[in-house]
Ligand binder design. Structure first.
Ligand SMILES: [Zn+2]
Ligand SMILES: [Zn+2]
Ligand SMILES: [Zn+2]
Length: 298
């Protein structure tokens, strides 16, 4: 378990997004280039030695300063340093309406200003999209496509939800503007446009850290009946903004090679995909990551 999370983190840090479970270090592994969206067969042992750059986009790197300038020119204020990959969702604030989202640099470069709140174009269904544009749109919706782009936006496309890790086959052209594209997440019954918050909780006997999103009107279960201790929360005008931060936190935790805890109890707490072991990642570290982008807990 730990090995496969570390292997995926190592691959992602070298600009390859794995599309299937870890097969072993020397085995062929289907991955997508985090810059140009090309799908290639890679081997972790080669990538580790620095021998597996993407041949499709070699020499096409963008500096952090240029990346930030592209975002600002499109009225988006990045809240973190450039994540280093054009297809990695980048937490940013819309300078026109204040909405917080996770556009990718790839989509901003191609299509300019990206914001669901003030530019109501959920998925550019009418325009023909190439593979990179289509992948960038899916990632901004919190979905990582696992297959090549089917070529148009009204065909189902196998994807993994970045929030809950479940697989589904949504039709891109039918995706809503907000994060509600994953049927598993949608069943949580969160209203994305109502006020909401991101919470951090700790389970002492499981030695687990957990996080999740709830609407502000909804209360946590009584502490006596809930093994998870609520420790901090960050409020947002819309719950969909809290999702963006939840994905950011998760990405930071997993990119350190920290897997979910093996025995989470999803019926009484956060989904397993939104947990980490306190032995791998401390509560204080999680708070620091949140404070860097969202300010002090409310
Ligand atoms: Zn590439
Ligand atoms: Zn906006
Ligand atoms: Zn989901």
């Amino acid at each position: 378990m730990h090995d496969s999370t570390k292997a995926a983190a190592a691959m992602e840090s070298r600009d390859w997004l794995p599309l299937e479970p870890y097969p072993g270090a020397a085995k062929p592994w289907r991955c997508r280039c985090a810059h140009c969206a090309a799908i290639k067969i890679k081997r972790l042992s080669h990538v580790r030695k620095g021998r597996a750059r993407c041949t499709d986009c070699a020499g096409n790197t963008i500096s952090a300063a240029t990346a930030a300038a592209i975002m600002t020119a499109a009225d988006l204020e990045p809240l973190t340093d450039y994540p280093g990959q054009q297809l990695r969702p980048w937490i940013a604030k819309c300078l026109r309406c204040g909405h917080l989202g996770t556009p990718t640099l790839a989509s901003v470069r191609i299509r300019g200003h990206q914001c669901w709140a003030c530019r109501a174009a959920p998925f550019p269904a009418r325009q023909p999209l190439d593979e990179k544009q289509a992948v960038a749109c899916m990632l901004a919706h919190g979905l990582q496509p696992l297959d090549p782009y089917p070529g148009h936006t009204n065909a189902p496309w196998k994807s993994r939800c970045i929030t809950c890790d479940n697989h589904s086959t949504p039709v891109p052209g039918a995706l809503p503007g907000h994060h509600g594209a994953c049927p598993v997440c949608a069943r949580q019954g969160i209203n994305p446009s109502e006020p909401g918050y991101l919470y951090l909780v700790v389970h002492d006997s499981l030695r687990a850290l957990g996080w999740g999103v709830a609407n502000s009107g909804r209360r946590h279960p009584h502490p006596a009946s809930w093994p998870w201790r609520p420790l901090a929360r960050w409020h947002f005008a819309a719950a969909q903004d809290a999702w963006a931060f939840g994905r950011h936190l998760k990405q930071r935790i997993r990119s350190n090679g920290c897997p979910p805890v093996p025995h989470a109890e999803p019926e009484t707490g956060p989904a397993r995909a939104q947990t980490a072991s306190l032995d791998d990642f401390s509560y204080e570290q999680a708070v620091r990551i949140m404070e860097e982008v969202a300010g002090p807990a409310s």
